[in-house]
Structure formats: structure tokens, C-alpha cells
Write a protein that binds this ligand. Sequence first.
Ligand SMILES: Nc1ncnc2c1ncn2[C@@H]1O[C@H](COP(=O)(O)OP(=O)(O)OP(=O)(O)O)[C@@H](O)[C@H]1O
Ligand SMILES: [Mg+2]
Length: 250
Amino acid sequence: MTAIDRPILEVQGLRKSFGAVEVLKGIDFRLRERELAFIIGPSGSGKSTFLRCCNRLEEPSSGAIRVDGTDILAHGVDINAVRRRIGMVFQSFNLYPHMTALGNVTLALRLASRKSKAEATDIGQAALARVGLAEKAHAYPGELSGGQQQRVAIARALALEPKIVLFDEPTSALDPELVGSVLQVMRDLREAGMTMLVVSHELQFARAAADRVVFMEDGVIVEQGPPAQIFGDPQQARTRAFVARIDGHR
Ligand SMILES: Nc1ncnc2c1ncn2[C@@H]1O[C@H](COP(=O)(O)OP(=O)(O)OP(=O)(O)O)[C@@H](O)[C@H]1O
Ligand SMILES: [Mg+2]
């Protein structure tokens, strides 16, 4: 197996129920190192639940999940150590309003990774520079645009040197003119070789940047393939129907 084929995320037979309702009905999925995969699908199909299971924000009902070879569902696994290896970026940036950009980015470094203040500051500044916000280190979230706040949230994930970053609709809360700056950061990350799993409605970005598009519906992966296949020549009737529907909305 070459380095490029190394799976960073391996999911087998993943099921998740809330009460009597099963929302993930057996997901099998592999993401290779440096791959950028996009998940699309109708509202309620289980996309967010799938991402949240991948760092155990939700407890899977059954199945197996390995991140960079570590079984994250194993008894006694250090879930905090696992989470440091899996960055997560949400629609609602979840920054602490009373802390500066740098404070938000360095918090986990100080608390979870036990870095010294000086070390955390260096790493945090470098992470902010990667998202184009070196100048905004001392600004509070309320002083930043939505796009800048989301880039701080991405810097916070990057500071922990994750093996993979999961994005759940990272641009959905942004005004249209602010979306581009966040997508540019994601493009830069891809260039730098980050492994990424993205739920998003930015289909143009998916067409241009994704290695693979995964169509989910009703708790299962219906079809996955290169963007040209999923958007241009879908093999499954359910994929065709969904793609025709979203095309009609543009
Ligand atoms: N904590 C919860 N308790 C009960 N049901 C939940 C919970 N979280 C999600 N669900 C249900 O699981 C199903 C899948 O939800 P999920 O948020 O994963 O969908 P999604 O594909 O991300 O949808 P959207 O595109 O609207 O974000 C939905 O029917 C939802 O109501
Ligand atoms: Mg969702």
C-alpha cells in the first residue's frame, strides 16, 4: 500500500438510532490520505449525524470507525486524544465571544495539548496566518465578519494538527460575498495535502475541488464517485432525481 492509499478514515457498518428511529442504516466508507470528499443529500438524510459519529459527538449504535488506524469506538480509547486528531468545523462557528481570535485558537492547545503559553501563541499565530488572519489575532469575534470568524474556527482546528478535518456546512451561515474567502482557505488546505470530508451545498466548489462526491439519502450511501459522474452521469435513479432537483434550483 502506497502512502497515498493509506486510509485516514475507515467506517464499516455504521448504524445510529435516535430512540426507535434509525438515521444511519449501515454506512461503509473510506477516505484516503489527502482526499477531499463531499457529501451531498437531502435534508434529514443523516449527513451531519455521520460526521458527528466520526469524532463521537454522537455515539454510534453499532459499526466500526478507525481514524488513522485507531479504533475510536474501542473501550478505554482516549476520546480527547482522538478528537485532537479530527478537526471539526461547524456552520455556527462556535467561537467564545469573550476571547480574541488568538485566544480561541490557543485554548485547546493550552488545555488539551498542555502547550506553554509561548508555544501555544506561536502555533496559534501560524494557524491564523494560514487562513489569512495574522493581522486579526487580537480581534474579538464580534469585531470580525462571518467569513473571518469561520476562518478563525478553521485555524482553531488546524492548530491541533489534525489528521482530517470534517466540515459541516461551513459556509451556510455566511452572506454570499463572504463565502469565497472560506472556500479559498479550503482550497489552500487541499493543496497542502489535508484530508477533508465536507458536507456542503457549494456544488460548484465540489465540482472543481472534490476528489469524490458521496450521495446520501435516508441513512445510506446511495452512490459515490468523481464529481463528473455524480453530477454529469449518475448511475442510480435516486442520485439522478436529487441532482436534477438541485440543478433546477440554480
Ligand atoms: N439528537 C437527535 N435526536 C433525535 N433525532 C435526531 C437527532 N439528531 C438528528 N436527528 C434526526 O436524524 C435525522 C438525520 O439528521 P441529520 O442532522 O444527520 O441530517 P442532515 O442530512 O444533516 O440534514 P440537513 O441537510 O438538514 O442538515 C433527522 O431525521 C433528524 O431529525
Ligand atoms: Mg446537517
